[in-house]
Design a binder for this molecule. Structure first.
Ligand code: PBG
Length: 338
């Protein structure tokens, strides 16, 4: 017997279990793929600015735009046509419109409420029209709420303003409001105000586990945020996983319809754990920094952009997210979906 050949002639006996068999062809790999990212579960965040004339590209978010009312309508129509799940609208008032309590956020003629109405008129129910329910774009100090004489954000006064803001968004036609300010009790207050005003069918997507993240940087530039300092007294410490689950469970108890983890990619443990416990859908927000890092590396030829986008969305889905907010939502639906 030729002992030298033993290894080649009897491979099956020695190694019957070969995971590589399921990777032999593209068809085989596709057959056994455990995770599929489908466009209908994606939401596109979009920015609308007061006094804007047509779309203007955002320097820190290449491929994303500050829209006018007309151009956001066209964008929303494209989203509906492409079959994504929803659009999440952010308003950017002019600097001179901002004040200490973020008044344009609650004004029916404020930029965000006008955008909601315009988009809703354009798409009807073809798309879930969602609105960011937070004050940071509207306050002259840039915090997500009103501050006391020491500059500390006052939780309960802020929550009352969020409730008013949510009602104004529902009046403008939002299907869903999404409180992102991390104030205690915000979901309960918004639910109660919506119900009292007859908007029992308007849903609440709660930014439940939102971390004080450096990856929001490009967004702050995009919305002309005035913040000096940080949000560490209301957004969570990136060190804390249990606390993220606690926040989400509280939001569920307060009546949230969807809970969210934000950012997504660096918090997949939180997404995964929450997905295992939550009786309602879990969303994850792939934030501006996650987007811009890939775009910037791709511009330099350092990374394969499309593969990186697909992989990041797959990873977030694999971790357990049912819904993903991503700046790539429309493009993914149009050209990247397998
Ligand atoms: C607050 C809000 C922020 C983002 C969404 N909602 C910014 C912040 O908390 O500073 C960040 C989104 C992103 O980075 O893409 N209204």
């Amino acid at each position: 017997m030729n002992t030298e050949n033993t290894h080649e002639s009897r491979p099956a006996r020695r190694l019957p279990i070969r995971p590589r068999r399921l990777r032999t062809t593209a068809a085989m790999r596709s057959l056994v793929a455990e995770t599929t990212v489908s466009a209908k579960h994606l939401i596109l965040p979009a920015f609308v600015r007061s006094g804007q004339n047509g779309p203007q590209e955002i320097g820190t978010l290449p491929g994303q735009y500050r829209h006018s009312l007309d151009s956001v309508r066209r964008l929303a129509a494209q989203c509906a046509e492409a079959g994504i799940g929803g659009i999440d609208l952010f308003g950017i008032p002019l600097p001179e419109e901002k004040d200490a309590c973020g008044s344009p956020a609650r004004d029916p003629q404020g930029i965000l409420n006008r955008a909601i109405a315009a988009v809703r008129e354009e798409v009807g129910d073809a798309l879930v029209v969602c609105a960011d329910t937070c004050l940071d774009e509207f306050t002259d100090h840039g915090h997500c709420g009103v501050t006391d004489e020491n500059g500390v954000v006052d939780n309960d006064k802020t929550v009352a303003l969020y409730a008013e803001m949510a009602v104004s968004q529902a009046q403008a036609g939002a299907h869903m409001v999404s409180p992102s300010g991390m104030m205690d009790g915000q979901v309960a207050a918004i639910r109660e105000a919506l119900d009292e005003n007859g908007f029992t069918d308007v849903s609440v997507m709660a930014y439940s586990a939102k971390y004080a993240s450096a990856f929001f940087g490009p967004f702050r530039e995009a919305v002309d945020c005035c913040l000096k300092g940080d949000r560490k007294t209301y957004q969570q410490d990136p060190a804390n996983r249990r606390e993220g689950i606690r926040e989400a469970l509280l939001d569920i108890a307060e009546g949230a319809d969807i809970v969210m983890v934000k950012p997504a990619s660096h918090y997949l443990d939180v997404v995964c754990e929450l997905a295992g416990q939550s009786p309602i859908s879990v969303a994850a927000y792939q934030v501006s920094g996650e987007y811009s890092m890939v775009e910037a590396a791709a511009q330099r030829g350092w990374i394969d952009r499309e593969r990186a986008v697909r992989e990041s969305l797959t990873a977030i889905t694999r971790a357990g997210a049912d819904i993903i907010l991503t700046y790539w939502a429309l493009e993914y639906a149009q050209t990247m979906q397998a």
